[in-house]
Design a protein around this ligand. Structure first.
Ligand SMILES: NC(=O)c1ccc[n+]([C@@H]2O[C@H](COP(=O)([O-])OP(=O)(O)OC[C@H]3O[C@@H](n4cnc5c(N)ncnc54)[C@H](O)[C@@H]3O)[C@@H](O)[C@H]2O)c1
Length: 323
C-alpha cells in the first residue's frame, strides 16, 4: 500500500515501481490518496491502465476505511502528508491532523493486520536548522515549523510502534526534492513556471538560506533500498544532492530559462525560515549501497525541459497554487 501516491514523490515511486525500475515484477499496489489540492490523478496517467494498480480515493485519517483496506498488504510506503511550510504558517491544524493522526491510524491498522514492513517517509526538516556540519541519524530532532513538528511527531510515532509493539518500521529522512510533476507552489516549479511565463520570482530575505537538492528519482531509489534492505527500527538519511543557497539556485533557474536577474523580486523572509539543512548519508551509502545518480545540472535541465513541454499539466494547477 502506498499512501499519497498521487502526489509529487509518491507518484514518481508508483510510476517507477510499475515500470519495474526496482525489479519488483509482478507487484500489486494499492494507492490511498485523498486528492487534496496537491494530489493529482494526472500524475498517475502513465500507469492508470495498469491492472496491478488499485486507486482508492480516501483519507488516511479514516480509521474504518484504513482498517478495511490494510489486510493482505505486505508493506506500506507512507508518503501522504500536508507538505508545504508556507501553508503550515496559516493553518497548522490540518498538518497535525494528517501528518500525526493519519500516521497513527495507519500504524494501528498495519499492526493489527500483520503488515510485513512500514516505511515512513520523513524529512531532514525534523532536525531544525544547522549552521555548520551535517546531521547524522543520531542527531536530536528539533523541528521549528508546524510542518516539521508534525512530521517529527509522525516520524517518532512510527519508531515508537517499532519499540513498543515490534512493528517492522523503517524511517527515511530526505533532503529537498525537485523534478517533474512537482506542484507549482514549491520553489523550483514555482520559479520555473513563472519564468517560462515571462513573470517574476519572489526571493525570500537575503536569499542565503541553504538547501541540499536531490532529484526525486534518487529519493525514490533510496526509499526502495530502505524498504528492501533496511534494518527494522532504523532511520536512514537520503540526500547527497547539491547544497545551494537560494540565490545560487535562482541563478541556475534564470540561466536555464534564458531570463536575467531583473526577473527577481525580493520579498520579506518566511517567518522562522530555517537557515540551512545538511544530511550526512554515510549510513545508507555504507549499509545499503545507495548513491544518488542524477547530477544537479542534468536534473535541472531535464526538469526545466519537462515544464516547458508539459504546460497542459501545470497551467491548471497555477490557480490552485495561489489558493
Ligand atoms: N518534497 C520534498 O522535498 C520532500 C522532502 C523530504 C520528505 N518529503 C516527504 O515526502 C512525502 C511526499 O511529499 P510530496 O512532496 O510528494 O508532497 P505532495 O504534497 O506533492 O503530495 C502529498 C500527497 O498526499 C496526499 N494526501 C494529503 N493528505 C492526505 C490524507 N489525509 N489522506 C490521504 N492522502 C493525503 C495528497 O493528496 C497528495 O497526493 C511527504 O511525507 C513529505 O513530508 C518531501
Amino acid at each position: 500500500m502506498v499512501t499519497g501516491g498521487a502526489g509529487f514523490i509518491g507518484s514518481e515511486y508508483i510510476r517507477n515501481l510499475l515500470g519495474d525500475a526496482y525489479g519488483t515484477g509482478g507487484v500489486e499496489v494499492t494507492v490511498l490518496d485523498k486528492l487534496t489540492y496537491s494530489g493529482n490523478m494526472a500524475n498517475l496517467a502513465p500507469v492508470a491502465d495498469d491492472p496491478r494498480l488499485t486507486f482508492v480515493h480516501g483519507d488516511i485519517c479514516d480509521a474504518d476505511l484504513v482498517n478495511g483496506l490494510m489486510p493482505g498488504h505486505d508493506a506500506v510506503v507512507h508518503f501522504a502528508a500536508e507538505t508545504h511550510v508556507d501553508r503550515a504558517l496559516h493553518g497548522p491544524a490540518q498538518f497535525v491532523q494528517t501528518n500525526v493522526v493519519g500516521t497513527q491510524v495507519l500504524l494501528d491498522a498495519a499492526r493489527n493486520s500483520g503488515v510485513g514492513r512500514f516505511l515512513h517517509v520523513s524529512t531532514d526538516e525534523v532536525y531544525g536548522s544547522i549552521d555548520e556540519g551535517s546531521w547524522t541519524e543520531e542527531s536530536p530532532v528539533a523541528p521549528r515549523s508546524a510542518y516539521s513538528a508534525a512530521k517529527a511527531g509522525s516520524d517518532l510515532l512510527a519508531l515508537a510502534y517499532h519499540r513498543t509493539y515490534g512493528l517492522d518500521v523503517v524511517v527515511t529522512r530526505c533532503s529537498n526534492n525537485y523534478g517533474h510533476y512537482q506542484f507549482p507552489e514549491k520553489v523550483i516549479p514555482l520559479f520555473v513556471t513563472n519564468l517560462l511565463d515571462g513573470g517574476t520570482v519572489p526571493l525570500y530575505g537575503d536569499g542565503l538560506n541553504v538547501r541540499d537538492w536531490l532529484h526525486v528519482s534518487d529519493h525514490c531509489n533510496g526509499i526502495q533500498a530502505a524498504l528492501d534492505k533496511g534494518r527494522a527500527g532504523e532511520v536512514y538519511h537520503i540526500g547527497g544532492g547539491t547544497e545551494l543557497t537560494n540565490r545560487e539556485l535562482t541563478e541556475m533557474l534564470l540561466a536555464a530559462t534564458g531570463r536575467t536577474w531583473d526577473a527577481v523580486r525580493p520579498v520579506a523572509d518566511r517567518k522562522g525560515h530555517d537557515r540551512r539543512y545538511s544530511l550526512n548519508i554515510d549510513k545508507i551509502r555504507n549499509e545499503l549501497g545507495y548513491e544518488p545518480q542524477v547530477t544537479l545540472a542534468d536534473g535541472i535541465a531535464r526538469t526545466v525541459a519537462w515544464y516547458q513541454d508539459n504546460r497542459g499539466w501545470w497551467e491548471p494547477l497555477k490557480e490552485r497554487a495561489a489558493l
